[in-house]
Structure formats: C-alpha cells, structure tokens
Design a binder for this molecule. Structure first.
Ligand code: NCD
Ligand code: ZN
Length: 346
C-alpha cells in the first residue's frame, strides 16, 4: 500500500544560494519544494549592508525560473564595522529577517567575521531592541581547540556569556551537531532556537572517514560521533518548537570538493524532503515532520506558515535522485545518504 503524507509547504531556515551561474543552477532545486528560505550572506564579498541585501535579493529573484515561486528571506553578514542604524533600517523596511554571525575563520568565506565581540555589542543591542534574530555559526576558531570540540567549547566560552550580556537577543544556534548544543538549546532560558540540517541527521564522522575519505560528506560544523547524530534525531523528531530545519545546503562544484583541500558543504536541496521523511519514519515520528519543516520556523520568525501543502509518497521501489546537478559553474554532487530513499514529493 502506498503511504502518503500531506504537510504544509516547508521552508528552509539556513540555505546557501551563492551567486551568478551557481545561483541559477541551485535555486530551482530549493524552489521546487520550499516556499521560503533564510539565505546566507557569505558571498565574496559578503552581504553586509541593507543595500547589499537588496541587490542580492534582486539577483535571486531574477534567477528564478518562470512559473516558480520562492521568497528569499535575506540576512546581513555581521562584521566589526556593521552599522546598527543600517541594520535597523533594513529590518524596518522588511528586507532583512536575520543577521548572521560567523566567528572569523570558522568556515567558507568567513574571513570578515567577528573576532572582538565588544565591537559588535552596539549592533547586538539594537537587534535585541527591535527583535531581529541573530543566526550563529557556533564554533570557536582557536587553533588549539580540536575541530570535533569547537561547538561544545563555543557554547561555554562565547554563546553563554554573549546571551548573558544581551539577554533580550533572539538567537538561533545554527546547524547544531552535538548533544551539548541540543541540550543547550532545549534547556537555556530566554529566546533561543536551534536549526538542524538534513545531512547531520543521516551521517556521523564514520561516514566521512571509514573506508576512504568522502569529500561530499565534509561540511562545517563537521559531523560528530554517532551518539550525537542520535541526539539530533531525537531533538528533530521531538516536536519541541525550538528545533526546526535549516538544511545548510551548501553547493560547491565537484572540482572544489574532490581535491587535496576540499571545500566544506553538503548539497542537499534536491532530496532533502525525501531524506527527512526517511529519517522521521525511522524514528517513528512522521507526524512530527510538518512541525520541523513547516511550522516551528515560521513561528520563530513571526511569520505565518505557508498556505499550500506538499504531498510525500513512499514508493515500493527506491526513488532515483540525480547523482549530480548541472550548473554553469560545473557539476554539483547531490547528497547521497548511502542507502536507498523511497519517499518523493509528488
Ligand atoms: C558553508 C558554505 O559552503 O558556505 N559550508 C558548510 O560546510 N556548511 C558555510 C557554513 O555554513 O559553514
Ligand atoms: Zn551554512
């Protein structure tokens, strides 16, 4: 018997769309299923000002194929020079839905990120005042901290003190990868939420390293031990509205992934809903999928859920997803969880 599940159309609360030929190639992959997405600002150069965000938004809309609808929710890249008045104006005009904090050097194109948190205090205080969320890449970048510990150390040494100093700040801890991050988001007082990616629900560090190095599983924050993946699965399927989907779908062409120093990022836009249905079914929690993908995020951002729906069906035979998508910037490998997927969006 065919199983089917109809849910409100999902949104993606953490997405990399890039620019130019790559943007044109990847945008339809998200717009096919998702109504809206929080669009990451880590272009080169980054999207820093309201004017940058307006121009980037226009490029995204221009790249949307005829007949598709999609609403990009824009973010600003927080730098030590960011002007609180510019941020407030971009928010007031409805252009910008969040500000993104990258600790300097944490990940792809994060060189302009924050080193000295005192220098961004004015912006963060303004954001607390106007209720604009701060999306945080929660990893320390100090060289003496092991890459697998960087999230946990960030919670104690950066996030907690920061939230203590500016208690009204709305914070989203993005792409949580550890049980420590999950516990922090679940238990902390104040206004906090956490996004969870598709791939971190399906892979752990063994997938990256056992049997040969798999560059297409390498992303940041790097996937941790299996027990952390299980904590993420429990949180995602718990129904707790503090947790919702941010795919962190992060396209790099194969040339830049399959090389001696490969870029970080998993490209999951194409098959995310199939992957999530698989995971939620495995967890016995298909009834929690809609909350995770379509309800908790809008509630967090003060937006209504989407009016329309999508329907997922489970086939008896595996569904063939493309191994790669073609872009004007070269082929991009689609995330392969390493086992067949049976769900598809009709
Ligand atoms: C992202 C990218 O490629 O822009 N990469 C990743 O591994 N997630 C950057 C990021 O969000 O950390
Ligand atoms: Zn990201």
């Amino acid at each position: 018997m065919t199983q089917s599940l109809t849910i409100r159309r999902p949104d993606d609360w953490h997405l990399h769309l890039r620019d130019g030929a790559m943007l044109a190639g990847v945008l339809p992959e998200t717009a096919r299923h998702f109504a809206r997405a929080i669009v990451m600002p880590n272009l080169v150069p980054p999207v820093v000002t309201g004017a940058d965000a307006a121009a980037y938004r226009a490029r995204i809309m221009a790249g949307l194929p005829e007949g598709m609808t999609f609403q990009p929710l824009m973010t600003l890249y927080l730098t030590e020079e960011t002007d609180p008045a510019d941020v407030a104006a971009a928010h007031a005009s409805g252009l910008v839905n969040a500000v993104k904090l990258y600790p300097a050097g944490a990940t792809t194109n994060s060189a302009s990120g924050v080193t000295d948190f005192d220098k961004v205090r004015g912006v963060l205080e303004k954001m607390a005042e106007i209720g604009l969320p701060l999306c945080i890449h929660g990893e320390v970048t100090t060289h003496d901290v092991d890459i697998f510990d960087r999230e946990q150390v960030f919670l104690d040494t950066v996030l907690h003190p920061l939230r203590d100093r500016i208690p009204g700040l709305k914070v989203t801890l993005e792409h949580v990868t550890t049980s420590h991050g999950i516990d922090y988001v679940a238990e902390a007082s104040g206004d906090i939420a956490g996004t969870i990616t598709t791939h971190h629900l399906m892979i752990n560090r063994n997938h990256i390293l056992v049997g040969g190095i798999k560059p297409h599983y390498y992303c940041l924050p790097v996937a941790k031990r299996r027990e952390h993946m299980q904590a993420l699965r429990r949180a995602a399927t718990s129904g707790n509205p503090r947790f919702f989907l941010g795919t962190d779908s992060a396209p790099h062409n194969d040339e830049n992934k399959e090389t001696a120093c490969g870029c970080a990022g998993c490209f999951t836009a194409t098959n995310t809903m199939a992957c999530l249905a698989h995971v939620f079914e495995e967890q016995g929690a298909l009834d929690k999928l809609e909350g995770f993908t379509s309800l908790h995020g809008p509630a967090r951002y003060g937006l209504a859920p989407n009016d329309d729906t999508i329907t997922l069906v489970k086939d008896a035979q595996p569904v063939a997803y493309p191994a790669k998508i073609v872009t004007g910037d070269g082929p991009v490998t689609v995330f392969d969880p390493g086992h067949p997927l049976f769900w598809r969006v009709t």
